[in-house]
Design a protein around this ligand. Sequence first.
Ligand SMILES: [Zn+2]
Ligand SMILES: [Zn+2]
Ligand SMILES: [Zn+2]
Ligand SMILES: [Zn+2]
Length: 196
Amino acid sequence: MANNSMPNGRAYAECKSPTAALARQSSVRKSSAGEMTGASALPSLGTAGRLVDYDALIKHFDCPVCHDWVTPPIIQCRKGHIVCGPCKSKGLKACPICKQRFSDVNNWMMEQVSLVIAFPCKFQGNGCHIYSELIHKTSHEALCSFRPVSCQYGIRGCTQILLYHLMEKHVLECRFKPPNLHAQLSSSSSRDNSLN
Ligand SMILES: [Zn+2]
Ligand SMILES: [Zn+2]
Ligand SMILES: [Zn+2]
Ligand SMILES: [Zn+2]
């Protein structure tokens, strides 16, 4: 099959989280022809070559109530439609799609599939292009450069909330910054920057 018939290589090509690459390196695909040649997405690209339509697959994990991703434990109605755990916990009594009651049994198959695909970062709408396996998703999002953060001078009165990668510049110019801290902050900001 020719490469141009694989429109969904995109998602995997963008799966460049170093943690995801490391996890794959230590996972079961040791014998793959795409064995690691550095921290690239090679092993994932090997998978993408056999996945016909990533976008069609991932959309089945869209919660019909809150539109967050449905992740394990995956609750299903008696017809097999799924909703996310938080929506069910908020008192959902019937399936929002077919109005049937929920099953006592989780959707085992969807749970298994969710463990072998990459999900987009929840800050995708802010510009992040990282896709991670579920086990790495939360740790990426906790440090994502596109997450909104409050100014560190909030206790002095600043109400500014910006994406992390923009906040670094704001902090240097913030009008609530004590004037004598300028030199100290410049050096601590550049240390933070090297972590990302
Ligand atoms: Zn939901
Ligand atoms: Zn249903
Ligand atoms: Zn992100
Ligand atoms: Zn500020």
